[in-house]
Design a protein. Structure first.
Length: 127
C-alpha cells in the first residue's frame, strides 16, 4: 500500500459559512495557532473562497485542472514560479494558471484570501 505524503499544514475544507451568514475573518485569524492555516470560508457557485494565515513555505506543486487566485490582506506573500518570483503586498493579487508549477511562501505572518474551484486538492501534484 502506498503512503500518502504528510504535509504540515492545517487545511480545513469544510465550508465554514453558509449563504446569508456574516463571514467573520477576524475571529478566525485571532483564533489561529498554526503556522500554515487554510480554512474554506464559503462557496460561490462552483468555487470556494479560502482564508490563509501563513508563515513559512509550502511545497512545490501544480494543479492540472484548476487555476488559483491569491489576494493578500496583510503581510507579504511570495509565489515562486520556475522562472521568477512574484511578491504580493497588501491589496495585491495574482492568478496561477492550471498546470503551472509553483510554491508559495510568507517570510512573516501573512493573511491571504484564495479563490479556486471547490474540488481542488490544495496540496496539488507534488513536483
Amino acid at each position: 500500500m502506498e503512503d500518502k505524503p504528510h504535509y504540515p499544514y492545517a487545511t480545513h475544507l469544510n465550508v465554514h459559512y453558509r449563504p446569508l451568514e456574516l463571514v467573520d475573518t477576524p475571529a478566525l485569524i485571532s483564533a489561529c495557532k498554526d503556522r500554515w492555516y487554510n480554512q474554506t470560508l464559503c462557496q460561490v457557485n462552483d468555487s470556494v473562497v479560502r482564508l490563509g494565515v501563513v508563515q513559512g513555505e509550502y511545497h512545490w506543486h501544480k494543479h492540472e485542472k484548476d487555476d488559483e487566485f491569491f489576494f493578500v490582506i496583510d503581510g507579504r506573500f511570495m509565489i515562486d514560479l520556475e522562472d521568477r518570483v512574484i511578491e504580493l503586498l497588501p491589496r495585491q493579487g495574482f492568478v496561477v494558471p492550471k498546470g503551472v508549477v509553483h510554491r508559495t511562501r510568507a517570510p512573516e505572518k501573512t493573511i491571504i484570501l484564495m479563490v479556486e474551484t471547490a474540488g481542488i486538492v490544495p496540496t496539488g501534484d507534488a513536483k
